[in-house]
Each structure stands twice: as structure tokens, then as C-alpha cells.
Design a binder for this molecule. Sequence first.
Ligand code: SF4
Ligand code: SF4
Length: 182
Amino acid sequence: MKGPRYALAVDTRTCVGCAACVIGCKEENAVPLGTTRDWIVTETSGVYPALATQFRSERCNHCADAPCVRACPTGSSHYGPGGTVQVNPAKCSGCKACITACPYGARYVDPRTHTVDKCSFCLHRLASGKRTTSCQEICPTASILFGDLSDPESEISRALARRTWTVLLPDAGTEPQHYFLK
Ligand code: SF4
Ligand code: SF4
């Protein structure tokens, strides 16, 4: 793919699960009550007393091989700038095929428009010259990195090269572009 390849990474060593990212996203994107574009997962592992808790800020993975795009019968769900996955509400019939197809539970129906929506990687902010997503900007522990993987010098490229990381459901064949730094 030529051009930028946008991706997001969450540092699970420093994320404290405060949910500021969730609030920031709600505010930035006017996400309606009862729906959300990002969320916090808390996972405890180990055997007492040697327990460890991981907090993860999760959202749409902007999959490079996205089942939601394949499932959408109207072309509303599509690949957008930087390889992101976007929804065109003008084309959405509200059939919810994409919601069924997404293995990550990343989509919701907007009760105001009856069309589907989800995280956009804040492309509107990039278009206006900002360099951060709203969740990244508000995170008090700087645990969210967003940037261009086609640039080896970008902060996210350097973090992924330096650290070990994982993605959600790696065997699903969706090629998530949302990483979790270990
Ligand atoms: S996480 Fe779900 S909504 Fe996002 S691109 Fe992947 S399949 Fe589509
Ligand atoms: S609900 Fe909208 S975006 Fe989802 S598959 Fe149907 S038309 Fe496409």
C-alpha cells in the first residue's frame, strides 16, 4: 500500500484504566448516550497471591482485511485514508450486517440516525491539521500512540520495533491495525 498506514497502539504497562479516553472520544465525536466508540477491558491473570491486572483501552481495530467491509451490502463500510475503515452514513441502510460480521464488537447503531457508527481514528482531526486522536490527547499517562506505520521514524513504528506487542484475535485473519504493547 502506498501512502500512510495509520495505526494505534495502547501501552498496557502504563494504562491505568481511568477511561479518560472513553470520555474524550464521547465529547470529541458527540457519541450518543448508551453507545461508545472505545471502552476499557480489565483482565486479571495469575494465581493468588501472584496476580496481575491488565487494563486495555479498546476500539475498532481498523482491520486491513475487514469482515465489516466485506459484509456491507451498500458500500457504506469502506477503506478510507491511510488504510482506515470508515462508514459513510449516507450509504448506510442500517441493516447491521457489519455489526454481525465484526468479531470485536466495535460498532453500534446511532439512535439519532439509525445508521451504524464506530471509531474513525479521528480522521477529522488529522484533516484539520491535528496530529493526535482525541483519546491520545486526553490520556493522562500517554499510553496511546497513533501514527503512520509506513514511516519507520514515527513514534508508533519505533515503539512496535522496540517492544513486544499483540493484537486481538490474531488468528481471525482480520489483520488488526490496533496494537497492544506489552
Ligand atoms: S474491528 Fe470490527 S468494525 Fe473495526 S475494522 Fe475490524 S471488523 Fe470492522
Ligand atoms: S448497517 Fe450500514 S454500514 Fe452496516 S452493513 Fe448495513 S449498510 Fe453497511
